[in-house]
Ligand binder design. Structure first.
Ligand code: SF4
Length: 356
């Protein structure tokens, strides 16, 4: 059913959630959890607990990914419209506050732009609830992780929390909390307008001639995206897909899959890449970004780099440490390390590097 409100024709909350469900929209922050399921869960829990919170995640902490910045720059109104739809769906009186969690750069660049849109009469109630929150600069990658954000805003240490319970059940200040990425809210606005067509934003980076953010079908393969954006290299290359550090590394004959994670494709020129330096970069990143909470990640990332420096990556110990990280870490950072490193070793490093 459609409701006429002022000059606008609006989808009812019930119809909207049905449409979100039918669209199959998943979160665009990396977790890829069903947006409809999350919204319904938060609503159910808020109904049992009087009130809750919304957090807009604009931390965009994965290196090289620029899609949320692109949306805040170019599609501010639709991002705000999507957040407003979440507020209406969960019930304005049930939401105590909406935290707009932005990295330092985005806060500086986009706060005024967002505030300008919020001046629109339609967003009177929404504007009253919005609290801008600066992601602590020293929080690094982990400061953009869902449960770590809840802890940061709640005044706790910048660390992920053990789950369950998940934020839709016990989130900010122990209340049900909806956390969605900027792109997820943008897509909800498109669904509400009836213009969503299963596209997502891809960031193209690295050794390509047309870097940038592209809005393309979510089901396209990596090879098709490179062709469609005129970025298919004419030199031997490989890519990391998903994120620049949390992604899958694939050689140029392995690009039939789509892109998961944060939607990044980064291209590397085989002839210009120092394979050791690249591996060292990834291992160092994980070692530096580990928050230290769990042993396999804290000790494992350190030991892996030590073994690498001792030229012992073909040892059982190196493999065991990777397997251990895969199975027993607390958050996505720890489990991404083996995903990136294993795919790199298997698809690129051992194939091209003369290993002594
Ligand atoms: S996996 Fe690493 S970053 Fe994540 S909680 Fe454990 S120590 Fe912290």
């Amino acid at each position: 059913m459609l409701m006429v409100v002022g000059l606008y024709i609006k989808m009812t909350n019930q119809l909207l959630i049905k449409k979100i469900e039918e669209s199959g929209l998943t979160g665009r922050g990396g977790g890829a959890f069903s947006v409809a399921k999350k919204w319904k869960l938060v609503k159910k829990n808020i109904d049992n607990s009087n009130f809750g919170y919304i957090i807009v995640n604009a931390a965009e902490g994965e290196p090289e990914v620029k899609k949320d910045g692109y949306l805040l720059e170019n599609e501010t109104e639709l991002v705000i419209a999507g957040i407003n739809r979440a507020l209406l769906y969960l019930g304005t009186k049930n939401i105590k506050a909406i935290y707009f969690y932005l990295n330092v750069l985005y806060l500086q660049k986009y706060k005024a732009k967002i505030e300008k849109v919020l001046k629109n009469k339609e967003y009177k109630e929404l504007a009253k609830k919005i609290i801008f929150y600066k992601k602590p600069q020293e929080s690094g990658y982990i400061g953009g992780e869902e449960s770590a954000i809840v802890n940061v805003i709640g005044g706790q240490k910048v660390r992920p929390s053990q789950r369950p319970p998940f934020p839709p059940e016990v989130g900010l200040f122990a209340k049900p909390t909806l956390i969605n990425n900027v792109e997820s809210f943008y897509n909800v606005a498109l669904i509400a307008k009836g213009t969503y067509d299963n596209k997502r934003l891809f960031t193209l980076a690295g050794a390509c001639s047309h870097k940038g953010v592209y809005n393309l079908s979510a089901t396209m393969s990596i090879a098709d995206i490179l062709h469609a954006t005129d970025n298919y290299p004419d030199f031997p290359f490989f890519v990391i897909a998903g994120g620049a550090v949390c992604g899958e590394v694939l050689d140029q004959d392995q690009l039939i899959a789509g892109v998961e994670g944060s939607g990044l494709i980064m291209i590397f020129n085989h002839q210009k890449t120092d394979y050791d330096k690249l591996l060292d970069f990834w291992l160092r990143f994980y070692e530096n970004q580990s928050c230290g909470l769990c042993t396999p990640c804290r000790e494992g990332s350190y030991r892996l780099r030590e073994l690498f420096k001792e030229k012992k990556i073909k040892t059982e110990k190196f493999t065991d440490l990777l397997d251990n990280l895969e199975q027993s870490t607390f958050c996505a950072l720890g489990s991404s390390l083996p995903y990136t490193v294993k795919s790199y070793l298997e698809n690129i490093y051992f194939k091209y590097k003369k290993y002594e």
